[in-house]
Design a protein around this ligand. Structure first.
Ligand code: ZN
Ligand code: ZN
Length: 349
């Protein structure tokens, strides 16, 4: 594949020549004249979700953490180690994909997503500096060195990313987009469920608030990659041979297996509400749904959602009051009241 030009003087504003890859855009961003309405809407939605991690109070979490069971503390650390790894890698990789995407409105979404992944990485850092001691913090940031399970599963995603960066061909591009889709749609889910299982017992409320804000963003990222993959299937149907579809399905099944074994490994059947069996069914249920959303055959037999309570946590409308709901009006005010004078470079008037 060819990297696009930063500015393409032969480009046109005529939408009939625009494509996700290999289109004829000038690269000027023009939100009132876009080929992909879904991208313009997603961009606005993401922007509307802007939030600030360090405004979430964590004093109660700091007091509660030493009282968690050993199994809960282990799962807390391992889940954070995993989320930190992947959200950090996302920040950089989205830009690598964007170099080949010729729809400026989609590039705007990818860059905005990268900014939000930075906010997520900052949230984990904020959690670790606020809730646990510095030895535990070091342990979490270097866990990938000592925990083979963690490294194997995360490398499954980063290897696809790296492969495309080194060999930018169409197959590697598709696999890299699929890896993004699986990361956003499968990989995070047993981790989120673990935090919600704590939340259900009224433990670690600040952490749960942060995770809910993060998951709300991840849903927009999942929507973005669903649209990207569907659009590619539409515009580049010749890429989607039966072999390629099989390859994508097998990637999905590998991600599901990884997520199930990781979920079981992290929770050790010792977290209230999260048995091995429930984790397995939940992740396979998600796997079927993710396959269907991008036009692949669901690979598992039909499964009912085994823990619908997870969705009420994720939906931001649960009856439990949390930080976000109490403070939502303050966020809206924040944009208007921010003091930009403080941001001026020194010496300017
Ligand atoms: Zn994220
Ligand atoms: Zn994301």
């Amino acid at each position: 594949m060819q990297k696009k030009l930063l500015f393409n003087p032969d480009g046109t504003r005529d939408l009939k020549y625009q494509r996700l890859v290999g289109g004829k855009s000038t690269n000027l961003i023009e939100f009132a004249n876009v080929k992909y309405d879904w991208a313009e809407q997603l961009y606005r939605k993401m922007r509307q979700f802007f939030w600030i991690p360090d405004e979430v109070p964590l004093g109660d979490d700091k007091r509660q953490y030493p009282k968690l069971t050993e199994a809960e503390q282990t799962a807390y650390k391992k889940t954070l180690a995993f989320l930190i790894f992947l959200d950090s890698i996302q920040v950089d990789n989205l830009g690598a994909l964007a170099l080949y995407i010729t729809a400026p409105e989609v590039v705007a979404c990818l860059k905005t997503q990268a900014f939000f992944e930075t906010i997520h990485a900052q949230s984990y850092d904020y959690l670790l500096t606020s809730v646990v001691d510095s030895i535990t913090r070091d342990e979490v940031y270097t866990m990938w060195k000592d925990d083979a399970n963690l490294l194997t599963r995360n490398k499954f995603i980063t290897d696809q990313y790296q492969e495309f960066i080194e060999n930018p061909n169409e197959r590697a591009f598709l696999r890299s987009c699929m890896a993004d889709y699986l990361l956003e749609g499968i990989y995070f889910y047993s981790g989120f469920a673990f935090f919600y299982a704590l939340g259900r017992q009224d433990k670690m409320g600040g952490t749960v608030s942060l995770i809910r804000l993060i998951q709300r963003d991840e849903n927009t990222h999942l929507a973005l990659f669903t649209h990207i993959l569907r659009t590619l299937a539409d515009e580049n149907s010749e890429w989607f041979t039966n072999d390629m579809k099989q390859e994508l399905t097998s990637m999905l099944m590998t991600a599901v297996e990884h997520e199930i074994s990781w979920g079981k490994y992290v929770t050790r059947n010792q977290i209230l509400g999260l048995s091995d069996n429930i984790i397995e069914n939940y992740i396979k249920y998600l796997g079927n749904m993710r396959a269907e959303s991008i036009g692949l055959e669901p690979p598992y037999e039909k499964i009912k959602h085994p823990m619908p309570w997870v969705d009420s946590f994720a939906a931001m409308n649960s009856t439990k009051t949390d930080f976000f709901e109490r403070r939502v009006t303050n966020y809206q005010k924040f944009g208007g009241s921010m003091n930009f004078d403080k941001l001026k470079p020194p010496g300017s008037s």
